[in-house]
Design a protein. Structure first.
Length: 262
């Protein structure tokens, strides 16, 4: 099955050297299907390619991002891309289906995922489906390049977010630090200490209301929680961080990336 158009796939494969032969085989099959595939294995090559992709998209040329794996750098790349472009399609590539990893990718900003053990025909169908839905607003422009990491990524799967200093400091995979207030510390400590990094509204409200009784009015309580999260995200953005805190519809929130609580 051949693709009906010839979009460009920017395929980022950080920390995937052990799987290089498998990925190269898939790349060849996608090229045979009519796609232009540009592969990048390091941040220093991927982020300039992403900036060029934004320019191509503004010229109405079809572009899709493919990100391999669920290491911290992969999740960070998804978050950065989504922060700088709300419309370009992003897919995650997984070696095998893993529900938790798929959830992390989707909550981090990916639109869909492909599993390496499935057929190229299914990959092509998913890619074409995403590209059909892309509609670039004429007034939208991309004036800022994707920021490059401030610290090099090494061949390691241990690089991830962490809460240090007894929960008072949040450290990004790139080593950027965010000092937390008491309320922010209580919120993040509760959220990230859960087995799946997901907590309900009630759990989080109780954690930030330690010295005061939780709001008796559910609406007021949820509004207060929303304000805490909004301020925390703005504070992080001002320091160059994008927090992977995702809302779970009508239930609570999750931290959509691996994190160590030290």
């Amino acid at each position: 099955m051949l693709a009906q158009s010839a979009p460009t796939i920017i395929w980022y494969q950080p920390l995937q050297s052990a799987r290089s032969s498998v990925l190269q085989s898939r790349q060849g099959e996608l090229r045979t299907a009519g796609f232009e595939v540009i592969t990048c294995t390091e941040p220093r090559s991927f982020y300039p390619a992403a900036t060029k992709a934004f320019l191509s998209a503004r010229a109405q040329e079809p572009v899709l991002f493919m990100i391999s794996g669920l290491e911290s750098e992969s999740l960070a790349a998804i978050s950065r891309l989504r922060m700088h472009s709300g419309y370009l399609p992003i897919m995650i590539e997984l070696p095998a289906f893993n529900e938790e990893q798929a959830l992390h990718a989707l909550y981090s900003g990916a639109d869909d995922y492909c599993v390496n053990e499935t057929s190229t025909a299914l990959w092509v169908a998913k890619i074409e489906c995403l590209l059909r839905r892309v509609r670039l607003p004429q007034s939208q422009t991309e004036t800022y390049p994707v920021p490059t990491p401030t610290h090099p990524i090494t061949e390691s799967k241990t690089v991830q977010w962490s809460l240090t200093d007894d929960g008072w400091t949040l450290v990004s995979p790139e080593g950027l630090k965010l000092v937390l207030t008491t309320t922010e510390r209580q919120f993040l400590s509760t959220l990230c200490s859960q087995p799946d990094r997901r907590a309900s509204h009630d759990q989080l409200l109780e954690s930030i209301s330690e010295k005061n009784p939780p709001e008796s009015d559910a609406v007021s309580g949820h509004n207060r929680l929303g304000v805490v999260i909004s301020r925390l995200k703005r504070k992080a953005t001002s320091e160059g961080l994008t927090l992977p805190i995702r809302s779970i519809y009508k239930w609570g929130y999750m931290f959509g990336a691996p994190i160590q609580v030290l």
